[in-house]
Design a protein around this ligand. Sequence first.
Ligand code: NOJ
Length: 560
Amino acid sequence: MNKKWWKESVVYQIYPRSFKDSNGDGIGDLKGIIEKLDYLKELGIDVIWLSPIYKSPNDDNGYDISDYRDIMDEFGSLEDFDVLLDEAHKRNIKIIMDLVVNHTSDEHRWFIESKKSVDNKFRDYYVWKNGKDGQPPNNWGSFFSGSTWEYDEETEMYYLHLFSKKQPDLNWENNEVRNSVYDMMKWWLDKGIDGFRMDVINMISKVQTFPDGPKEENASYGDIVPYAINGPRVHEFLKEMHKEVLSKYDIMTVGETPAVSPEDVLKYAGENEEELNMVFHFEHMDLGFGPEGKWSNLGFKLTELKGILTKWQKALENDGWNSLYWDNHDQPRAVSRFGNDKEYWLESAKMLGTCLHMMKGTPYIFQGEEIGMTNVAFDNIEDYRDIETLNSYEELVEKKGKNKEEMMQAIHDRSRDNARTPMQWDDSENAGFTLGEPWIKVNPNYININAKAQIDDKDSIFNYYKKLISIRKEYPIVVYGRYDLILEESEKIYAYTRTLDNEKLLVICNFTEKETLFQTPSDINTNSQKLIISNYDVFNHDLTNIVLRPYETRVYLLQI
Ligand code: NOJ
């Protein structure tokens, strides 16, 4: 296995809008991030992934970009960015940027031009089609509800948008689009940034006949997955991007790739494919989805979660590389979803961190995860800001008559705003995030859950994460060891080993609030053991029989 710096790194994702406001306008900004670099240094992370900071009308909080080479007014200026990059580098922290090039904002200069006339020089920068008998060109349904096609009165044609209608899809078939994107990427890399997280990068190539997608009986729209995801030219485009841009720099790249199998990922991120370093798959995030997708909550079994994560660990064990995550800006908080954010908040947050960080791959921490931030439950839909949540509410409750209380429960469980409430810095008003009115309300539990309360508390989640990160630096086995699941059938315990040369790590995680018996399988030699981290005090190290306490986790280093 090739050694690489990005395999040995821990990444911290910042959602700038909600991280730290420095000027009292209620919106996080770049100067706020600069203020908190020492906090991140203390935590020990190596790389920051910045969610989009470019100019944007914020239909989708910056994932709708109107100028790729400038900074959103609320976040600051290019000068602020240069200071941020410089200050981060001084602390040995790298910065990767979000690259959102499946689509732009409809307020991007290219789209404004493109819309003007069919013979405008930018017309083919986007995907324009004629309708059929007064209907959109096909039955594709957008990720944010409704059709993927928007009619434009000016030229009497439809344009494609897989996301909101303010996010028109770029036409990657057009060489000029690709070259403009590559130039822009080089412009940022030449400034000294350290890589990219690439938004829905497996959607840039679409089947050019644009056929109808398969449609379930009562569904209003067809599925776009077969024709808009992992499309026919996606690997050709990524190889070209690699040759033209990525190969020229020592950087890291991680693609966001919904609806992929491990076989697909070996093409995107195989060591010799010359495309990306790693990707984010969503299989564990989609557990419990039902007829209404994420808004159905069918629950899941621990064996399903273990099955998914183990499948990915094994599939990429010799080629490719995993990205490891529980939380990001699109997901509910893991401690609320996979742990217990009430009685066992402290224990379960630490257990989840251990379970993930001891796996093989690059771990990603989403802001606030390191202090155990939880889901929020606003009573009123008016308090939500996320376009996906608001559109789904309108579609399901107002148009399809779904019960309002059930939908609010689904929103409490699954809304993207669970991740987007302001970072909880201290117990002062608005959690120390802003001196103004925050753009979205803070989670009222900031009085108890905040960074200030945890930094000096040796038993805090913050200090536990700090230790998890330092263990990765100390023990190469955590980075490069082989992963093997043990106790496959258990619905209570997630346990696995990592093996490198003559050492083995034994990772034990109780996923329940009950005492649970753990017995080390007899083929594992438990002699000369060393406990390297645990979330309870441990007095008895008899690994043949451990009664694990609620959400208890332990990691032992064993000599083979
Ligand atoms: C995926 C991003 O993570 C999400 O936040 C965004 O809404 C869509 N892509 C569209 O850019």
